[in-house]
Design a protein around this ligand. Structure first.
Ligand SMILES: [Zn+2]
Length: 162
């Protein structure tokens, strides 16, 4: 049983909803995401599979590739060029916020606070890489950490067509 991210109390499963997902290979999947309610404050949470970036239909590894590789031809993702461009803008808009979230999460759980690289000119992307590493799955790691703390910012309106 996973404790609720808000109060650390029991989560009661109250239902589920479907999420559509497009895998790297273009295969379409439908996942069942469970709705859960905190037994303390009654806040609703959605169980978030690792492979999902909230409110994006593509697997996070697709988005990760698009962000990491700057040449569209190198991105083996069945997405339109304008979609790749939107993902990159989205990442750049969110990354400073995520870095702040990850730092505060680390402090909250009394882990060693993230050490900032001394070179101030390093990009946020580089700094995030310092925190979560750059092995495949780094984006899912960020998403899971931020979303589990209910710190995820829903930018759904900007990505409605995705
Ligand atoms: Zn709660």
């Amino acid at each position: 049983m996973v404790p609720s991210p808000c109060c650390g109390e029991k989560l009661k499963i109250i239902g589920s909803k479907e999420r559509k997902l497009i895998k790297d290979c273009g295969e379409r999947l439908t996942l069942i995401v469970r709705r859960m309610r905190c037994s303390q404050c009654y806040k609703i949470h959605h169980e978030l599979p690792d492979c999902i970036v909230p409110y994006k239909r593509y697997e996070s590894s697709c988005v990760e590739q698009a962000i990491t590789k700057t040449k569209n031809l190198e991105v083996a993702v069945p997405a339109h060029e304008s979609t790749l461009h939107r993902w990159r803008s989205w990442f750049h808009a969110q990354s400073a916020y995520w870095l702040g979230c990850l730092t505060s999460i680390a402090i909250r759980y009394l882990e060693d606070p993230v050490e900032r690289p001394s070179n101030a000119s390093q990009s946020v992307h580089h700094t995030l890489g310092h925190v979560v590493g750059d092995a495949p799955g780094w984006l899912a790691t960020i998403v899971r950490s931020v979303a589990n703390e209910n710190l995820w910012v829903h930018t759904r309106s900007a990505f409605l067509s995705d």
